[in-house]
Write a protein that binds this ligand. Structure first.
Ligand SMILES: C[S@@+](CC[C@H](N)C(=O)[O-])C[C@H]1O[C@@H](n2cnc3c(N)ncnc32)[C@H](O)[C@@H]1O
Length: 261
């Protein structure tokens, strides 16, 4: 599901990177800190940290060799490096970083509690831990919500694949509770909304053909005729502005907390 950076970028990467910028500002970390970006993918959060947070270092890690290669190729900055690793077993010593963050990852990790505990472990006492996930409910991440509404209307089996059903972590209260269970203090959750305007229907639909992420992976399983039916249902369901563009929005829930001490 997470292999090709070139296909991920037009699908979620372009919206993730806008959320990442807002999120990094919201983290409010001091300059010259050492950051960890857990599940860095193609590098959206690392890039935002480099652009906005004046870090001493950022280490991005991800189990996808394809995404890590993409991040290494596209982010040439002496402060950043990328390693292949898993969120449930971070390759860093206790208290070895100041800030650990993660964008759009925790719902994909089999044991999110373990990942949150790992992020808390690797930051020093007083260090910051933060994360965000898409808000998959109504009025949240509309790009993906519209997709699963259309898919479920045509295919009863798609209902079980709907990310809002599969990922109960992607909501305000469960996300905050995850950080509290990890032993973090001053836990806060806030919504981050960015406008997501598509030039036309193809601009919306083409990225779903790239097989990166749950919805595109579902499209890849459909025979041509059913794929066409889904495309046409979405074409008629999506809102249109006067100029033919498709005005949607993408909202994430962001959580931050501090390691005690
Ligand atoms: C939606 S992408 C987000 C990537 C990037 N952080 C961003 O904001 O664009 C999800 C990422 O989670 C990574 N991932 C999935 N399971 C993981 C795990 N167990 N540990 C760390 N990363 C994981 C995937 O490889 C993928 O890069």
């Amino acid at each position: 599901m997470w292999v090709t950076g070139e296909a991920y970028e037009p699908y979620v990467g372009r919206w993730s990177s806008q959320v990442a910028h807002r999120f990094v500002r919201w983290m409010g970390a001091a300059p010259r800190e050492s950051w960890r970006d857990v599940g860095c993918g193609t590098g959206a959060v690392t890039r935002a940290v480099l652009d906005l947070a004046d870090p001493a270092t950022v280490v991005g890690l991800d189990p996808s060799a394809g995404f890590v290669a993409y991040a290494r190729r596209t982010i040439a900055d002496h402060r950043a490096r990328f390693v292949l690793a898993d969120a449930e077993s971070l390759p860093f010593a206790d208290s070895s970083a100041s800030v650990a963050v993660s964008g759009l990852v925790l719902n994909f990790v089999p044991d999110p509690d373990r990942a949150a505990a790992e992020m808390a472990r690797v930051v020093r006492p007083g260090g910051l831990v933060g994360a965000y996930v898409w808000d998959l409910g109504d009025g949240g991440m509309e790009i993906i919500r519209a997709f699963w509404d259309a898919a479920s209307a045509l295919d009863p089996e798609a209902r079980a694949l709907d990310e809002a059903v599969r990922f109960p972590l992607c909501a305000r209260a469960p996300l905050g509770e995850l950080f509290v269970r990890a032993g973090l203090e001053d836990v806060e959750v806030d919504g981050i909304t960015v406008p997501a305007r598509f030039a036309d229907f193809d601009d919306y639909w083409q990225p779903f053909l790239g097989a990166q992420g749950p919805a595109p992976a579902y499209v890849a399983t459909l025979p041509e005729e059913r794929r066409g039916a889904l495309r046409e249902r979405l074409r008629s369901a999506l809102p249109r502005a006067e100029d033919g563009s498709i005005p949607l929005r993408a909202r994430a829930w962001a959580v931050r907390g501090r390691r005690p001490g």
